[in-house]
Design a protein around this ligand. Structure first.
Ligand code: BGC
Length: 725
């Protein structure tokens, strides 16, 4: 429909209808029989509120959504269709590795392919919008939702946020970037806690990835649950109107997080739901997800003059425009259900899921044990993740766990390990309860069973040439509302590790997690260590490819793995200090360091090994135009197998008007090199890339000295100086 027609439609709509476009409810409100007598009545909603609510969240399925849409449109005074939104985070039915693992691929291209595949499945199931990407920058591994982020670096996050948006849009799924802003920085890593970020940190580290998503064409933005510097993001006019709309030029729909408008009373910046509605709508929130504040109070707020009707018109029009851009007025539901069966878990999607899981695994340590490529050897496969299908991450709401290819299934199918032995080893957890969305798992303690499982594993490991342990935190120990104060591998699993290691020195550990863990003990004792995060539907297949050498690991850490939780938050791009700690420095005490643990994380940002070695030529730097430079290095695969390397460019600003990070990632490229092959990788450096947030909060570049580095990870010293004049 043309825009004039849409404006005409808006003109014909009643105030109630327009407010309806600003209300989002869950699917159960729309299913036959549930209206008004069920959840709605309790929440103070009238039948009309539900009849006019403009969008639905959390449900999918071509047949189901068609039924709901048809019934809804028949009852709506202007026959306006619903928008269906849901969390499609790391895939729909085909589950890809969790976003943190996507970040570890250092391949935005692959992430784009994955989000395009997710969109293909989600749109076949009738969805229009996904609440993704999550562009929150994360530095604190205690926070459970680091799993949903692509890590600690603004440049990396920006590249991934943009790629994910582009992939979704390629197949007709609109994207909603979240959680604007600073949700990834809750104080003490505790979920939903407030964030306190200086203007410089906010602008240099947190804003860029949200902005990259907006520039990539993201149609919606979700403000964060938390307060930021004392103001809830949901009612922050400066954030949602001045920064988002003004500075970033965002013209789409702002949708609250779940009940976030209602939670303004919890933050105690609104005395009641009515005030909450007023503040959120005036700050710029167009859709209220599940708080009922808009549905119940907006009409009266308009009639009493507290909220101008133009603001309602503006918000409703944005929602209508989004519906129109998706062609909903002409095609309100999917043509058939056949598309679902054609695309769900189809061959290309599974293949892509294998590739992504392979490329996201990070080889942290390898004392020559991996790959286990000799089929005549006996390998004992042990651990609670060996048979677990629950490796899809806490947000894969439309998956079926029966689709997961587990490690043991993949080992059996592969033919790589004809002499494989299998043992569970131990339960995932002891004396613990974990929760997910609508899920709860309880673990008890049974001394006898524990000992039997340990013994069985020990016996098997003792017989084998090598043992591979599949350990990690429970899938539901990361994700929303899963902050942890201790970030180790569960104790029972560490005990299993010690017992197996005692009988077989050739022990490798494959670690599953939704966050960086404290891996000190396994890192010290294991011969090889592979981090696979939550690898998704095809994780087992990918892991077997990696263990056998059919594929070589090429993941790099998107977030530092701490030495211990006492270092957290620990990140490579930390701010320079007046008293830096230097390894071979002469001052033993009055420098910025811990007296009991190292400053450095156990494994730093950008780090990851391969089954081959890469050498770097000294970096070459030349000025190609005034103030423009080309930094190059030649990378050679000096080992015996072909593999991918992630060539990384870091820049250090030597002196500036505001304090600078010790170095910052400014470019990367993932390349394939055959054994013996060399390739020159170049990055252009322009003043624009070197802009900083100055003392007045303005972004500009400053003349002076810089050092550029090209190398294997964030510790590289392969650098050269240049000057901006
Ligand atoms: C989460 C959002 C999510 C929303 C809708 C909230 O609990 O914070 O990330 O999109 O629920 O499911």
């Amino acid at each position: 429909m043309r825009e004039e027609k849409l404006l005409e439609l808006l003109g014909e709509m009643s105030l109630e209808e327009k407010i309806g476009q600003m209300v989002q409810l869950t699917g159960d409100f729309f299913e036959a029989g549930s209206v008004i007598t069920g959840p709605a009545a309790k929440l103070g909603l009238s039948e009309e509120n539900v009849r006019l609510a403009g969008s639905v969240l959390g449900i999918a399925g071509a047949k189901r959504l068609k039924r709901i849409q048809k019934a809804y449109m028949e009852r709506h005074p202007h026959g306006i269709p619903l928008l269906f939104m849901a969390d499609v985070i790391n895939g729909f039915r085909t589950v890809f590795p969790v976003p943190l693992a996507m970040g570890a691929t250092f391949s935005p291209k692959l992430a784009k392919e994955a989000s395009a595949a997710a969109a293909r499945e989600a749109t076949a199931a009738g969805l229009h919008v996904t609440f993704s990407p999550m562009a929150d920058l994360v530095r604190d591994a205690r926070w459970g939702r680091v799993m949903e982020s692509t890590g600690e670096d603004p440049y990396l996050n920006g590249r991934f946020a943009a790629a994910l948006v582009e992939g979704y849009r390629e197949n007709g799924l609109s994207a909603c970037v979240k959680h604007f802003a600073g949700y990834g920085a809750p104080v003490a890593g505790r979920e939903y806690n407030h964030a306190e970020l200086s203007m410089q940190t906010l602008r240099e580290f947190h804003f860029p990835a949200y902005e990259a998503a907006v520039r990539a064409g993201c149609e919606l933005v979700m403000p964060a649950f938390n307060t930021l510097n004392g103001v809830p993001c949901t009612s922050d006019h400066w954030l949602l109107s001045d920064v988002l709309k003004g500075e970033m030029g965002f013209d789409g729909v702002v949708i609250s997080d779940w009940n976030a408008v209602g939670e303004l009373t919890g933050h105690r910046t609104a005395k009641d739901l009515r005030q909450a509605a007023e503040e959120a709508v005036l700050a710029g929130v167009d859709i209220d997800m599940m708080s009922m504040a808009y549905a119940v109070y907006l009409k009266d707020l308009v009639l009493s003059g507290r909220v101008p009707e133009e603001r309602i018109d503006q918000a409703a029009f944005k929602v209508l425009r989004l519906k129109n851009s998706k062609g909903l007025f002409e095609h309100p539901w999917p043509d058939s259900e056949e598309k679902e069966s054609a695309v769900f878990l189809c061959g290309p999607h599974r293949k892509l899921a294998v590739r992504m899981a392979e490329e996201s695994a990070v080889l942290l340590k390898n004392d020559g044990l991996l790959p286990l490529s000799n089929p005549s050897k006996t390998v004992a496969f042990i651990g609670p993740y060996l048979d677990s299908p629950d490796t899809y991450g806490a947000w894969a709401v439309f998956q079926d766990r029966n689709d997961t290819v587990t490690v043991s299934q993949a080992v059996r199918q592969s033919g790589h390990f004809p002499n494989a032995l299998f043992a569970k080893g131990c339960d995932m957890l002891e004396n613990a309860t974990v929760y997910g969305f609508g899920k709860r798992e309880v673990f008890g303690f049974d001394e006898k069973r524990r000992e039997t499982l340990f013994r069985e594993a020990e016996e098997m490991a003792a017989k084998a040439d090598a043992a591979v342990l599949f350990l990690g935190e429970h899938m539901l120990q990361s994700g929303e509302a899963a902050s942890r104060g201790e970030i180790g591998i569960p104790d029972v699993q560490l005990e299993l590790f010690s017992r197996v290691r005692a009988v077989n020195k050739n022990t490798a550990v494959v670690v599953f997690s939704g966050r960086p863990l404290d891996l000190r003990q396994v890192s010290a004792g294991a011969k090889a260590l592979l981090a696979v995060f939550m690898p998704g539907t095809m994780g087992g297949t990918a892991i077997v490819h990696l263990l056998s050498g059919e594929a070589a690991p090429s993941g790099r850490l998107p977030m530092s793995f701490p030495y211990s939780v006492g270092q957290v938050p620990v990140f490579y791009n930390e701010t320079s200090t007046g008293r830096p700690y230097e390894k071979n420095g002469t001052e033993p005490k009055f420098v910025s360091k811990y007296i009991d643990i190292p400053n450095e994380p156990l494994y730093p940002f950008g780090y990851g090994l391969s089954y081959t070695e890469f050498s770097y030529s000294p970096m070459r730097l030349k000025e190609t135009a005034p103030n423009e430079f080309l930094a190059e290095a030649t990378v050679t695969n000096t080992g015996a197998v072909g593999a991918k390397e992630v060539v990384q460019l870091y820049i250090r600003d030597e002196a500036a008007s505001t304090t600078r990070p010790v170095r910052e990632l400014k470019g990367f490229e993932k390349i394939w090199l055959e054994p013996g092959e060399s390739r020159t990788v170049g990055f252009s450096i322009t003043p624009d890339m070197l802009r900083i947030c100055d003392r007045d909060g303005q972004f500009r570049w400053e003349p002076g000295a810089f050092t550029a580095y090209i190398g294997h990870d964030s510790r590289t010293e392969n650098g050269a100086e240049f000057c901006l004049r």
